[in-house]
Design a protein around this ligand. Structure first.
Ligand SMILES: Cc1cc2nc3c(=O)[nH]c(=O)nc-3n(C[C@H](O)[C@H](O)[C@H](O)COP(=O)(O)OP(=O)(O)OC[C@H]3O[C@@H](n4cnc5c(N)ncnc54)[C@H](O)[C@@H]3O)c2cc1C
Length: 430
């Protein structure tokens, strides 16, 4: 069977398209740009509050990272507890960490309330240490998370690791039972249906080209590839695909490629050997691998095999590199056929933190850095509350949102090859 160069998840569901002949409304309360987890969860919450909402999606709903990810619904942020406390102080760090826990509940609550059949399951996550000193760091983190954030994560010594993972290459692990897994394409399809049921108007193949400030009742006129509309408020939910329609955000977000392969279904005895507890697994490198079993027991194995956003070329190269990576973790999978490969684009802010708030009058939430299945849903929902007038609903309110040092970035990531080399170097020495 030839290798399929498309997300495996899209072969498990179909995401309903918009109606191409339905015209754009003349005026709305809120125009949401981007139809992934962030935009659709915001549209759902805003519509439930009675706002007239239009979601404008350049491609099809879920086309971005939301249908291409690993489906890991993870607690915590990319930055660990020590960095959070050192950077923001204890009180803010507590608020941000609590938001990461609340984000899992938020996804679960929407899945239940909207009856979304997306295999949501609280199977927990396992972080594995590629070096002994990383494992020492795990112990410090676990202690700090318990003491300062009152949350329990469990350290797993190397000698006990086979109860969690069928690989002998790691120095220990850290388990958080709160995390979950889901099928992201089914989830985003369910969010789309829920937003439509709540009354949101959904327009795909509608690229926002320009946003003009107006005076009077409608604060903005939005020019799209299918005509214009007026709106009181704009919510930008474009993540790693943020472009020049919102230049101030584009300059603050670096798009970085991430890639995934999926094998044929594993025989059950091999599936239970490689992942006895069905965890969402990722390692402690900067250039990390993340992997899990899919609900139909395939191995899904991802990583930043190339730093650049996806092209046919980077996707093909990644298939080979990730296959080698998978066999270095699990030699037992050597006879398994790889059936799928695809790539998607992550959104990194310069401080590697999520950001949500208002910039130049536009509301936004983005910067999830590969940790956005839960956080995108949560911040979409929270920003809906902010837009509706609940000024302090956003736990990330007030966090500085840095631009590149010395203004060295205009939205074109010329430094990515250097960044990739730097990360590889860090993994070698740290
Ligand atoms: C390969 C991969 C694996 C990942 N794995 C995980 C994981 O396991 N766990 C986890 O927590 N996170 C993971 N992530 C990250 C997670 O998928 C994202 O953080 C999340 O999907 C972001 O959702 P979003 O709605 O903000 O953005 P997206 O889903 O990327 O949606 C943005 C949308 O905006 C649209 N758009 C852009 N510009 C315009 C415009 N001008 N007009 C109209 N529309 C526009 C795009 O077409 C796109 O559909 C992964 C990401 C990738 C790429």
């Amino acid at each position: 069977m030839p290798l399929k160069e498309r997300p495996f998840w899209l072969d498990t569901t179909s995401i309903p398209a918009g109606d191409p002949v339905v015209p754009l409304p003349e005026t709305v309360d809120v125009a949401v740009i981007g139809g992934g987890f962030t935009g659709l969860s915001a549209a759902l919450a805003l519509s439930r509050r009675g706002a007239k909402v239009a979601v404008l999606e350049a491609e099809t709903f879920g086309w971005g990272a939301s249908s291409r990810n690993g489906g890991m619904v993870l607690t915590g942020l990319k930055k660990g507890p020590e960095t959070l406390i050192a950077r923001y102080g204890l009180e803010t760090a507590r608020r941000l960490y609590a938001a990461s826990l609340a984000s899992i509940d938020c996804v679960e609550q929407i899945v239940k309330a909207e009856g979304i059949a997306c295999d949501f399951s609280r199977t927990g996550h396992l972080e594995v240490a590629v070096k002994a000193k990383h494992f020492e760091g795990f112990k410090r983190s676990a202690e700090m998370i318990a003491r300062e954030f009152k949350h329990t994560v469990r350290v797993v010594e190397k000698k006990d690791l086979q109860t969690e993972i069928g690989s002998g290459i790691y120095h220990g692990g850290l388990v958080d039972e709160t995390s979950a897994g889901l099928n992201p394409a089914r989830y985003v399809a369910g969010l789309r249906q829920a937003a439509a049921r709540a009354g949101a108007q959904l327009h795909d193949h509608t690229r926002v080209e320009r946003i003009e400030r107006r005076t009077g009742n409608a604060a903005y006129r939005i020019a799209t590839s299918r005509g214009s509309l007026d709106t009181r408020a704009v919510f930008v939910a474009t993540s790693g695909y943020t472009g020049n329609a919102t230049p101030a955000l584009q300059r603050r977000i670096v798009p970085i490629g991430s890639y995934i392969i999926v094998t044929e279904p594993l025989p059950e005895d091999i599936a239970t050997t490689v992942s006895p507890r069905d965890r969402m697994i990722y390692d402690s490198k900067n250039f990390l691998y993340y992997y899990r079993l899919t609900p139909d027991r395939r191995m899904l194995f991802g990583g930043r095999a190339a730093f650049f956003p996806e092209t046919a070329n980077t996707v093909r190269k990644s298939a080979e590199l990730l296959h080698q990576g998978m066999l270095s973790v699990y030699p037992i999978l050597r006879d398994l056929r790889v059936e799928y490969v695809w790539g998607g684009t992550l959104d990194f802010a310069f401080d590697i933190m999520p950001h949500a708030g208002e910039l130049d009058g536009l509301f936004y939430a983005l910067g999830y850095a590969g940790h956005g299945v839960a956080m995108a849903t949560y911040l979409g929902t929270k920003m809906a509350a902010v837009i509706s007038g609940d000024a302090h609903a956003n736990p990330f309110e007030g966090l500085p949102f840095p631009r590149a040092p010395l203004g060295l970035y205009n939205g074109r990531p010329w430094f990515l090859p250097l960044g990739a080399a730097w990360y590889k170097f860090l993994d070698w020495v740290c």
